[in-house]
Design a binder for this molecule. Structure first.
Ligand SMILES: [Zn+2]
Length: 350
């Protein structure tokens, strides 16, 4: 382009006329060399990062519930309320066995998820966010909560990049065998490694088409029955206004138009299953009901503690806003008005 329009190009070393052969050659060489240099620089920086990560020292954003001490050490969040909610999420997943179950519980009991503000003037302060599926899923999948240091857990697919946005595209989580660095017991944990692995298996099973969590409906095995012939999940169908249930293996038929595999009326299966369940439970029945009662009491206690901590926080914030309001020079109306509003807002939360 420059050669066509007789435009000169200059850099620190001199001025070139792209319309002459010599200058064009020199410019081309310089361009190739600087590109190679850029590549070498990038590669060196990446190697440096990787070496730091292998030592477990490269910290890029911690999961909620953790803080980075000035010494570079990763520690549990010192705020008790934050810790309590994080523990609650894992305890709930253990019981509800699905992310949507955890979310429903949090929403029903008006519990928000804590985080530390990551940038801006309020960096480091605790903030409370509306719980949502994506955040819960991230939390339950993050090996950091089991005390592990991980690097290279996700990989980036640049093919799905948006035009003009170099950092966009989709990120995928790799299988644990492909993580670049995994140091177990690197920092304090909220759950143990076995629980972490169990949670991953459970989430994978929930996602799968073939096994799942129990569904609603009168049939006892809705969503749990697996076909002995082809190994696929059987669907439960109801007729006669929900009084008659039938388990059928129809994946092949509905997906590929193939033959129906097999189906069976739910009544004899459920009768047989009921007898087996009662037989298995009877000696332990008392233990089980005691355990359930204990669980409910524990949960009530946890909720109570949660509200107590919230009240404590509101008390503190009100007192702080009041102290600030009282400390300001009353003639400075501009500042006093803002502080007055803060104080009122703090009391309203309480
Ligand atoms: Zn089948």
């Amino acid at each position: 382009m420059c050669a066509l329009f007789d435009t000169l190009i200059g850099d620190a070393d001199g001025i070139y006329d792209p319309s002459t052969y010599n200058d064009r050659l020199l410019l081309g060489l310089k361009g190739t060399m600087s590109e190679a240099e850029l590549h070498i620089l990038k590669a060196r920086m990446y190697e440096g990062r990787k070496a730091k990560a292998c030592r477990g020292e490269l910290i890029l954003g911690l999961p909620r519930g953790y803080v980075l001490k000035p010494s570079g050490e990763v520690a549990l969040d010192p705020d008790e309320e934050v810790q309590r909610v994080i523990r609650l999420v894992f305890a709930l997943f253990e019981r509800c066995r699905s992310i949507s179950g955890v979310l429903r519980y949090l929403v029903d009991h008006d519990i928000a998820l804590p985080d530390r503000i990551r940038s801006g003037p309020e960096k480091g302060d605790v903030c409370w966010n509306r719980p949502n599926t994506a955040t819960l899923s991230d939390m339950l999948r993050h090996p950091g909560y089991a005390g592990a240091y991980v690097f290279g857990r996700r990989h980036h697919d640049g093919r799905l990049r948006l035009p003009g946005k170099p950092h966009s595209g989709r990120r995928f989580v790799r299988d644990p065998q492909k993580w670049m660095v995994l140091h177990q017991n690197a920092h304090p944990a909220y759950i143990d490694w076995q629980s972490y692995e169990r949670n991953q298996e459970l989430m994978a099973a929930n996602r799968s088409r073939y096994t799942g969590v129990p569904r609603g409906g009168a049939a006892l095995l809705g969503g749990l029955m697996i076909c002995g012939v082809c190994g696929r999940k059987m669907v439960t169908g109801y007729n006669d206004d929900g009084r008659e249930a039938r388990y059928s293996c129809s994946y092949e038929a509905t997906t590929y138009g193939g033959p129906r595999c097999q189906s069976i009326s739910a009544r004899p299966v459920d009768t047989c299953l009921t007898a087996l369940i009662l037989e298995a439970l009877s000696p332990a029945a008392i233990d089980v009901s005691l355990q359930v009662a204990e669980d409910i009491e524990l949960e009530r206690q946890q909720l109570h503690d949660g509200w107590k901590q919230r009240l404590e926080r509101a008390d503190y914030e009100t007192a702080l806003a009041r102290r600030r309001y009282e400390a300001v020079d009353p003639d400075n109306r501009l500042v006093a008005r803002t502080l007055e509003r803060d104080w009122e807002a703090a009391m309203a939360t309480k």
